[in-house]
Design a protein around this ligand. Structure first.
Ligand code: HSE
Length: 291
């Protein structure tokens, strides 16, 4: 039997749409696998009732196929589905790391990234690796067609998750198909600033680089109260605020000493909009860990 803790992740970080990702120190899924003749999946935990246990429909089924590793699989969800925190990716990443170990498949962590991304395709229709890469490798990740590069970074974060669901499929429909040269130049500048900030573990640069003029404004419209949540986070000391992944979670970078106030400000703003929410005081963390 092998048990793996696979962390939640935040994709995009504003300026890095479909490219940037970060592993979060919390929350996480816990995936346990045992050899079996036929694959069965049991799901418990947060939002388990919304997750299919049929291996054909579950994000983990494609991972089993790719590694030719039938197993009895138990997924204990700590990452709520449809949250913008890489819920399906955490399960796929955890299963990939666990099954690779269980069957001694000998794949490197880097090689497991595209395998886990196949699982993502089952849920969102596109095999993105911007959530599975950080969930497997940890740290801050940059994923392109050429593969993934990662770096460890010490950045305090707050992730505020409202009690509403936004599906990745729906959130991809609002992404603009074109951007102007001016928006492109601004986005490249911000993304580069954020990447330097990660390499230096500098929350100011990371926050500055989260700004994105193209995708985030469209997606923010799907999140009731977003503008106020953003403003309250900045008032409390956040250095940058954006939509986490496809939403509805909102992520803020900050200094350690401001993290509690940033979380409180974001929760208050959602409450003022009549929406229940929970805040995770978190940071960039490690990738999937065999327990
Ligand atoms: N980059 C993807 C998107 C991540 O924003 O649609 C989905 O979680």
């Amino acid at each position: 039997m092998v048990t793996v803790r696979a962390p939640a992740t935040s994709a995009n970080l504003g300026s890095g749409f479909d490219v940037f990702g970060a592993a979060l120190s919390r929350p996480a899924d816990v995936v346990t696998v045992e050899k079996a003749a036929e694959t069965t999946i049991e799901v418990t935990g947060v939002g388990a009732q919304y997750i299919p246990e049929d291996p054909e429909k579950n994000t983990v089924g494609a991972v089993v196929e790719a590694l030719d590793a039938p197993a009895r699989i138990h997924i204990d969800k700590g990452v709520r589905p449809a949250s913008g925190l890489g819920s399906s990716a955490a399960s796929a990443a955890g299963a990939a790391v666990a099954l690779n170990r269980l069957y001694d498949r000998g794949r490197s962590r880097e090689e497991l990234v595209p395998i886990a991304a196949e699982g993502e395709a089952v849920v969102s229709g596109v095999a993105h690796a911007d959530n599975v890469a950080p969930s497997i490798l940890g740290g801050f990740t940059v994923t392109t067609a050429e593969g993934t590069r990662s770096v460890d970074a010490a950045i305090p974060l707050v992730v505020c998750l409202p009690d509403v669901a936004v599906s990745t499929r729906d959130a991809r429909r609002v992404v603009p198909e074109t951007a102007s040269m001016e928006e492109l130049v601004e986005t490249v500048g911000n993304a580069a600033t954020l990447a330097i900030g990660m390499c230096r573990s500098d929350p100011d640069l990371v926050g500055l680089g989260m700004s994105d003029p193209v995708v985030t404004p469209e997606r923010a419209r799907l999140i009731t109260g977003y503008d106020d949540v953003r403003e309250r986070a900045f008032d409390a000391g956040a250095t940058g605020v954006t939509v986490s992944g496809a939403g509805p979670a909102v992520i803020a970078a900050c200094r350690e000493r401001d993290r509690r106030d940033v979380a409180a400000g974001m929760l208050d703003a959602f409450a003022d909009a009549g929406i229940e929410a929970r805040a995770y005081q978190t940071r960039i963390g490690r990738g999937s860990t065999v327990l």
